[in-house]
Design a protein around this ligand. Structure first.
Ligand SMILES: CC(C)(O)CC(=O)SCCNC(=O)CCNC(=O)[C@H](O)C(C)(C)COP(=O)(O)OP(=O)(O)OC[C@H]1O[C@@H](n2cnc3c(N)ncnc32)[C@H](O)[C@@H]1OP(=O)(O)O
Length: 257
């Protein structure tokens, strides 16, 4: 597949997607959506790769959905094409995805970052859901995911006033896992992804599935799911290898089996 709006690379065991619409601050149109999902599906199917990083430019991770593409849509068009449903493809990726966010992550940009498994931000990152300033509301998950990340009060504040949150506030609020200097962002994210990719891929995928389950079910159901998956891991060669390596005081060598 040829990509026009993103750059797709692999670094050792890590798949890297860089949004590449600099003139539009990486605004997310339907072509970007199609290309991102296709690239992620290809990474997911490639057993040489264990984790994925999505990033943008220093100025903008993504300044939102493409306002110029959507401004003239009618209700019936938006409804019939189930506008934005394609992003659900990203949430079906089974390998971990890290969002490496520098600059603006606004509207759909913030929502894209939140669809990833965790966010590493540069110290110049700015997060926001400014849709209210355009006469609409978040439509790619912001009203739901932001609330789960930062709680009702802050999510209401962000969605109703449209104000931006800087990297320090985003880290304090639990939206991002760590903040690093802008110049180191992509390398730090790749380092984190490479660390994950060195573990057992099935164990990593099952762990991602279990953590995500906590957002979708009751505590009792989630705990039952965790225990069942934990038991299932004893069928992995990698569980035998990981525990034997610990007992024998040597590094583990996982075979993803
Ligand atoms: C998914 C949903 C449903 O949740 C909805 C959304 O995501 S709606 C979009 C939400 N995002 C925004 O409202 C942010 C819009 N952008 C801005 O406010 C500003 O561009 C900025 C504050 C991020 C940066 O400002 P500045 O440095 O002054 O750059 P600009 O000159 O404004 O922008 C440069 C260039 O990029 C185009 N641009 C920026 N954002 C978008 C966008 N979301 N969609 C389409 N195009 C965008 C902007 O129009 C400029 O292009 P030109 O006019 O120079 O061709």
């Amino acid at each position: 597949m040829t990509y026009e709006t993103i750059i797709v690379e692999t670094r050792s065991k890590v798949g890297l997607v860089t949004l590449n619409r600099p003139k539009a601050l990486n605004a997310l149109n339907s072509q970007v959506l199609g290309e991102i999902v296709a690239a992620l599906q290809a990474f997911d199917a490639n057993m040489e790769l264990g984790a994925i990083v999505i990033t943008g430019s220093e100025k903008a991770f993504a300044a939102g959905a493409d306002i110029k593409e959507m401004q003239s849509k009618s209700y019936v068009e938006a409804y019939l094409e189930d506008f934005f449903v394609g992003w659900e493809g990203l949430t079906r990726i089974r390998k971990p995805i890290i969002a490496a966010v520098s600059g603006y992550a606004l509207g759909g940009g913030c929502e894209l970052a939140m669809m990833c498994d965790f966010i590493i931000a540069s110290d110049n990152a700015k997060f926001g859901q400014p849709e209210i300033t355009l006469g609409v509301m978040p439509g790619m998950g912001g009203s739901q995911r932001l609330t789960r990340f930062v709680g009702k009060s802050k999510a209401m504040d962000m969605c109703l006033t449209g104000r931006m949150m800087d990297a320090a506030e985003a880290e304090r609020s639990g939206l991002v896992s760590r903040v690093v200097p802008a110049a180191d962002l992509v390398e730090e994210a790749i380092k984190a992804a490479a660390k994950i990719a060195d573990f057992s891929i099935p164990a990593v995928m099952m762990t991602k599935e279990a953590v995500n389950r906590s957002y979708e079910t009751t505590l009792a159901e989630g705990l039952r799911f965790e225990r069942r998956v934990f038991h299932a891991m004893f069928a992995l060669d990698d569980q035998k290898e990981g525990m034997a390596a610990f007992a024998e005081k040597r590094p583990a060598s996982f075979r993803n089996r």
